[in-house]
Design a protein around this ligand. Structure first.
Ligand code: ZN
Ligand code: ZN
Length: 428
């Protein structure tokens, strides 16, 4: 008997932990964290294996905690995912250390872990190539390119008589490096297909149209003499934003273009070796007087929940001389970027005081997304499960998007479920 249990990623974007149990062994699909770092203790199972889809924190943020719970845990993933994970987990420890000393903006953290736990993750990582199955006790695991970020994988797990496919985050339009999902590498009509549903409820313009909008907003702001701020994720998004700004940089010689992200160069070295961003200035922190210069600032984190982007957003949000471009289609509830875009103010916590700051900067939104939209997700389902015998589980999406995608797929004859947190399914 094979049991699937959903510990995270249910009715929420990110925070993925889904276990597959067979013959007394447990394999977990991803071991991520929530954008606000909050979750119950019970949501973190002790597992023998973690198959890691890709290096975004909502999928890898708690790998070191998994190894802390069970020192024998082994990790299966691509080498690029291993390097991105190792780098970011070390970065979390460093930021935590600086935060304790009081000279770094606060950011929500995954659960407590130590350097030795990160070293254990690296030591116990089985470097896995695409399309080359790895056999473990009770499981055969195969990875195929997912086209989301470099190293990202669709995961196929065979155990007993069941075959479970998990898309991870997936993008039919491919990533900045030119990787596309290799759907044909996956055997058709698995028992279960666990698919992300971040944009299950919308049809989006193509990435090149969205890039066109980004350039239009950026050029318009700079022509009017305004300053520009763009918060972005450290992997794929910041490189894409950088690549677009690098293209327009020469037209605005009076401006300074900064990428303020200590992690950006490192991630570029690991995963984007051929990308030319030489016209932008890389900096570990913003210059003190940046608000009084003509400047373009790009910074992490993407949702302004931590890192320099939180601090910069708080500094510039009430400044009419700023345009802020939010390059993410999805903005999580309660995050500063969502408040800025929809409520007209952001909440600021200073020591024990909380207050609201009015939005006076011009807020623009573009969807430089690394996820498939509803049409793309439908195509993925139709390609992997043409016989319509597969049970489809929707994860990594907000309830509204999931309900939309469920209705759409059901109208095509698919059996679709939206699992609840801690829900279990058994296959005999
Ligand atoms: Zn994700
Ligand atoms: Zn992702």
């Amino acid at each position: 008997m094979v049991k699937i249990k959903f510990y995270g990623g249910t009715e929420e974007v990110g925070n993925v932990r889904i276990t597959i149990e067979n013959a007394g062994k447990t394999l977990c699909l991803d071991y991520g964290t929530r954008h606000d770092g909050k979750d119950d203790d019970a949501a973190f199972p002790k597992v023998d294996y973690v198959a890691v889809s890709h290096g975004h924190l909502d999928h890898i943020g708690n790998l070191a905690y998994a190894t802390k719970l069970n020192k024998c845990t082994k990790f299966i993933g691509t080498t690029v995912t291993r390097k991105l994970s190792e780098y970011q987990l070390n970065d979390i420890l460093k930021i935590e250390e600086r935060r304790r000393r009081g000279n770094e903006p606060v950011q929500p953290n995954p659960r407590d872990f130590a350097l030795e736990d990160i070293l254990d993750v690296v030591k116990n990582w089985i470097p896995t190539e695409y399309n080359k199955p790895v056999t473990l006790d009770g499981f055969e695991v195969k990875l195929a390119n997912a086209g989301h970020i470099p190293g990202s994988s669709i995961i196929e797990v065979k155990s007993d008589k069941t075959r479970i496919v998990y898309t991870g985050d997936i993008n039919l339009e491919g990533n900045l490096n030119g990787d596309f999902p290799d759907l044909n590498a996956i055997e058709k009509n698995p028992t279960a297909l666990i698919i992300e549903s971040t944009y299950g409820g919308e049809e989006r313009d193509t990435i090149s149209k969205e890039e066109g909008k980004f350039i239009e907003y950026a050029e318009d702001a700079l022509r009017k003499g305004k300053n520009l701020f763009v918060p972005a994720f450290a992997i794929e998004r910041i490189q894409r934003v950088g690549y677009l700004l690098n293209r327009i940089r020469d037209a605005f010689p009076e401006y300074e273009f900064y990428i303020v992200s200590p992690s950006y160069m490192k991630v570029k070295d690991i995963a984007y070796g051929n990308l030319d961003l030489s016209k932008l200035t890389e900096s570990a922190r913003p210059p003190k007087d940046y608000r009084y210069r003509q400047s373009v600032m790009v910074s992490t984190s993407g949702f302004c929940t931590g890192g320099w982007s939180k601090k910069i957003l708080e500094d510039v949000i009430d400044n009419e001389n700023y345009t802020v471009i939010l390059p993410s289609g999805f903005l999580p509830e309660g995050s500063p970027v969502k408040d800025a875009a929809e409520k007209g103010y952001i909440e600021i916590a200073y020591k024990n005081i909380r207050y609201k700051k009015k939005v006076r900067a011009d807020i623009k939104r573009v969807k430089l997304s690394a996820h498939s939209d509803m049409k793309g997700l439908r195509k993925i389902v139709e390609t992997i499960a043409p016989a319509k015998t597969t049970e489809i589980y929707l994860v990594h999406g907000e309830p509204v998007s999931q309900q939309c995608l469920k209705t759409h797929l059901e109208s095509l004859g698919y059996k679709v479920k939206i699992p609840k947190k801690y829900e279990e399914v058994e296959y005999r």
